[in-house]
Design a protein around this ligand. Sequence first.
Ligand code: UDP
Ligand code: MG
Length: 314
Amino acid sequence: MKKISIIIPAYNEEESLPFLYERLEKLMNTMENYKFEILFVNDGSKDKTIQIIKELRQKDERICYVDFSRNFGKEIGMLAGLDYATGDAVIFMDADLQDPPELIPELVKYWEEGYDDVYARRSSRKGETWLKKFTSKMYYKVLQSLTRIEIQKDTGDFRLLDRRCVNALKKLRESQRCSKSMFSWIGYKKKEVIYERDPRIAGKTKWNYKKLVDLAIDGITSFTTSPLRISTYLSIPTFLMLFVYFIYVIIKCITQNVAIQAFQAVILLILFFSGVQILLFGIVGEYLGRIFNETKNRPLYFVNEYNGEKEMND
Ligand code: UDP
Ligand code: MG
């Protein structure tokens, strides 16, 4: 029997958990051909979240938990989930029932058809403000234009990952994580499933605009180092202006037969030295980008399939 681990990061979710368990239990009863493990990652909650999880575990041994020593953030919670999950596939889900468990059979169906990463794309975002929708749309446009890796739009973390993806993701151990870019980065066979994202069942969202801005910056910096090139590109118009103004001054001096004036020389010098400075920043940025990528210490590739004589361990 195949085993599926449902990983649920939870931070102050005491109000949602009873509803969540009820829905999950119903679902697990309908999927008798699979073994389940519900792995909560309690991310340093300050309310009764962990007590409720412990009570649930006494009732139902499919419930497991990892209890963090403090709040480490959802991204790290997800990594811990991957580390501790024992299933042949894992499913990431939020604790607030915004990701309907009823979609799981469909995710599993595609997994059985051979897809490694079945991700849920939301068709609507109920309960979210116009501003949040708009900013997120613009953000993904910018992000995609900055990177060659394909970014999945309107996709959260609700997805099913085959064991192969889990093992791959576990090898990406950078501390400032952006799971979204990692899901894209590891590759493997992906499949999209459309769903309607429900509003939060209870409690309050843990996000505020500051956290969202942090997340956006994390997103950009983890998908790409191209912001470091801004400086290199900025030096081009500066040198262009220098060149044009230089020609203009020379021509003026020759045709009108006058010496170069002090203010013209100053403008030329300013343009020249700011151009040089901006360019040097860009060069430093280039190397910084390389160091940044090397320090992530990621594996260089993942293999989909190998057919040959070499013996593989995992
Ligand atoms: N979460 C977490 N640690 C945090 C913040 C959030 O584990 O520091 C969990 C939270 O309990 C929930 C999921 O991440 O299960 C998504 O959080 P939330 O619903 O607040 O975000 P939103 O759906 O509004 O983006
Ligand atoms: Mg939510």
